[in-house]
Ligand binder design. Structure first.
Ligand SMILES: C[S@@+](CC[C@H](N)C(=O)[O-])C[C@H]1O[C@@H](n2cnc3c(N)ncnc32)[C@H](O)[C@@H]1O
Length: 291
């Protein structure tokens, strides 16, 4: 007993039961890491979120139990305390519990709270980082968060409460790219805040919905026109909002190819998982070919 105390509660599992907090990436199966995939092969039970790459569940061995605690915005959701309870209960049964989350578990994923709850309950927790939508979704839309000669920093925030002070400063001085998760419902307030603080209405902006999935769509507009454009095309969650010079259409397009884009022809071809028909850039009207 004293030996157990000396090791601390965080190290004490219940039989072999433990929890693995797994970041599943932005949605595409092949953006799940190899470590995450390996963890899934060891699972007895998988507790899964709405934005996790659920396709991977189809290949789990039949004995693996799947518990869906998916959170649909505006609808019934499993409260966080109940999710924590499920993790503890399952691990206490001696099971290997994979908690599969979208993106990275520690980026607006409440993974920290789940880790604390498990450790408070004496359950061993392992963390497997994931490919966060904050970084990967802009990249999939050809938007680099930093770009030599354009900007050398970025700031990621939740849009739930509008812009924070740091974001306002970044936008006003064009000193860092601002990346906003969970910001669609607050888009108007976000834009108003930025403009009221003196941001340039011509500042490039983009919204990327359903990144990495066949439904991926990119909407671009200058900051001052972003709300109207988003309403026009019906932007919806899940989406990542990118504000800053790196969101300029054609930033990564060589001048020779850019001429074609102006004529409404395909802007670029690049390798990717998303099928060709899915790539669509709403600002230019030009299709983005994804071969
Ligand atoms: C609760 S946060 C979780 C973020 C996640 N932990 C991550 O690292 O990507 C959910 C938000 O992430 C963003 N998001 C997640 N997956 C996305 C995707 N495939 N396309 C666009 N946005 C996504 C959206 O802003 C969504 O509202």
């Amino acid at each position: 007993m004293s030996a157990l105390r000396a090791r601390g509660a965080a190290d004490v599992g219940t039989a072999s039961g433990r929890v693995i907090l797994v970041g599943g990436g932005p949605g595409a199966l092949d953006l799940l890491t190899l470590r995450a995939w390996r963890a899934l092969q060891t699972a007895d039970v998988v507790v899964v979120d709405r934005l996790a790459p659920t396709e991977v569940l189809d290949d789990l061995p039949p004995h693996v139990e799947v518990i869906d605690v998916g959170k649909v915005p505006g609808h019934h959701r499993v409260p966080q305390e109940e999710i924590n309870e499920i993790l503890l209960e399952q691990a206490r049964l001696g099971r290997v519990v994979v908690r599969l989350k979208g993106g990275d578990p520690f980026v607006f994923g409440r993974g920290g709270e789940e880790a604390i709850a498990c450790r408070e309950g004496g359950i061993v927790v392992e963390i497997i980082p994931g490919v966060s939508s904050a970084l990967s979704v802009p990249a999939l839309a050809d938007i680099p968060l930093t770009h030599r000669g354009t900007v050398a920093a970025f700031h990621v925030l939740s849009g739930h409460d509008g812009l924070d002070e740091a974001a306002v400063t970044c936008l006003k001085h064009r000193s860092a790219t601002v990346v906003i998760l969970m910001g669609v419902a607050m888009l108007e307030r976000i834009v108003d805040q930025a403009l009221a603080a003196g941001s340039d209405p011509a500042l490039p902006a983009a919204i990327v919905e359903n990144g990495s999935t066949p439904a991926q769509r990119v909407t671009r507009a200058p900051l001052g026109e972003l709300v109207a454009r988003a309403e026009q095309v019906g932007v919806r969650n899940p989406a990542v909002i990118v504000l800053g010079d790196v969101a300029a259409p054609g930033l990564l397009t060589p001048a020779s190819v850019g001429d074609q884009a102006v004529a409404g022809r395909p802007t670029r071809v690049r390798a990717g998982f998303v099928p060709e028909h899915a790539g669509h850039d709403v600002a230019s009207g030009a299709r983005v070919l994804l071969a």
